[in-house]
Write a protein that binds this ligand. Structure first.
Ligand SMILES: Nc1nc2c(c(=O)[nH]1)N[C@H]1C(S)=C(S)[C@@H](COP(=O)(O)O)O[C@H]1N2
Ligand SMILES: [Mo]
Length: 374
């Protein structure tokens, strides 16, 4: 599957493929080309024949449905959405010390991408099934086989555990107009690596809820009991670790938080004296309204310009925001910092410590970067 990606793709693991593009490339285009779009896989990519593929919709519905891809494309209007997917583990490398390496994907800031997705509105399909009054959550199950990871995971597993990757969202989010059953990505059929023939696409939520290779959607009164909803993708207070964790007590992740990242200059790059362009991305559950940059480790700040470089796309509330500013820095060592706010007033913590969690999710403190100006 690495052959599906650009030559500069940062491969964290090849089988299954987990990786993303270098940050200068990521910042180069508002829509991330598919061959540069990050990939996060918990198990090998399942082989699915689009001709015999069926999606089951069951549980608390009046009319259970079994839909082929052709049914979906014929019976429900097609919609396009420009949506940024971000993995809950993005920026994990900033919190890992040597002893923790190897436990999960050591993401830099590349576990994110913005694409134009095409699909049916989940709300339209659910309307055809007729949700019953007790339905409060929508569970999604993938066709992949995560048995190997489930065996090695520190979580207790029981025999009843589904082997596919799964997760759930509240029914209100399932019925929201932005949520899609996606079969297209960047103008082409959804590639197998990114969940083809069909994936859930939940804008504004952690990437894990956008379940790939959809097999089944189930409406129920309670959230999914799947491992990746019930035990994984949860954050715990800093004192909790792998030995004392009670999985069910963690805060289950859903809607995204505010994050902002410096892409240019690229990490490790020394800059010549003179005007210096600093640029990056920011994303949240709601549109980003302010991004500020500091060159003195967070003592003084200036507003960055939010670029409207949407390349002909109408602005999307579910897409990331590109920001940039030009600094004139004297020769020497500087500490760059970035922070952002969204339209709901959410911001970022200054430091990692209070948000540190042993699973390495929701890392979103001000990003700091050492820069040498010659
Ligand atoms: N079936 C299935 N769906 C999945 C996953 C998976 O491993 N299996 N990974 C999830 C995670 S953790 C993320 S961040 C996104 C990544 O989507 P991408 O690989 O298309 O970038 O898919 C989500 N959906
Ligand atoms: Mo993820």
């Amino acid at each position: 599957m690495t052959d599906k990606k650009d030559g500069r793709f940062i491969v964290h693991t090849a089988e299954p493929l987990n990786g993303g593009p270098p940050l200068d490339q990521l910042r180069a285009s508002f829509l991330t080309p598919t061959e540069r779009f990050f990939a996060r896989n918990h198990a090998p990519i399942p082989e699915i024949d689009p001709a015999t593929f069926r999606l089951a919709i069951d549980g608390a519905v009046k009319r259970p449905l079994l839909l082929s891809l052709a049914d979906l494309q014929r019976d429900f209007p097609s919609h396009e959405r420009v949506v940024t997917l971000q993995c809950a583990g993005n920026r994990r490398a900033e919190m890992l010390d040597e002893g923790q390496r190897g436990q999960s994907v050591p993401w830099g800031s590349e576990a994110i991408g913005n694409a134009r997705w095409q699909g049916a509105r989940l709300a339209d399909v659910l309307a055809a099934a007729g949700p019953l009054p007790e339905a409060a959550h929508l569970s999604a199950l993938g066709l992949d086989d995560c048995t190997a990871e489930l065996k090695t995971s520190s979580a207790e597993t029981d025999d009843e555990q589904e082997k596919g990757f799964g997760g759930s969202i509240p029914l209100a989010k399932a019925l929201a107009p932005e949520t899609l059953l996606a079969y297209g990505m960047n103008g082409a059929p959804l590639p197998a690596l990114h969940g083809g023939p069909l994936r859930l696409l939940v804008p504004g939520y952690i990437g894990a809820r956008s379940v790939k290779w959809l097999a089944r959607l189930t409406l129920a009164a309670t959230p999914s009991a799947n491992h990746y909803q019930a035990r994984s993708y949860r954050v715990f207070p800093p004192a909790v670790n792998a030995r004392n964790v009670v999985w069910e007590e963690g805060e289950s992740l859903g809607p995204l938080w505010v994050n902002s990242v410096i892409c240019l200059p690229a990490p490790g790059q020394t800059a010549p004296a003179g005007p210096l362009r600093i640029a990056g991305y920011a994303q949240s559950r709601a549109p980003i309204v302010t991004v500020e940059v500091s060159a003195d480790g967070g003592q003084s700040w200036r507003a960055a310009a939010l670029t409207e470089a949407t390349q002909g796309e109408p602005p999307s509330p579910w897409a990331w925001c590109f920001w940039e500013t030009t600094l004139h820095l004297p020769p020497g060592e500087h500490e760059l910092c970035v922070r952002a706010w969204d339209a709901e007033g959410n911001g970022q913590p200054a430091d990692l410590a209070p948000t540190w969690n042993f699973k390495g999710y929701r890392i979103h403190h001000w990003q700091r970067r050492r820069l040498i100006v010659e």
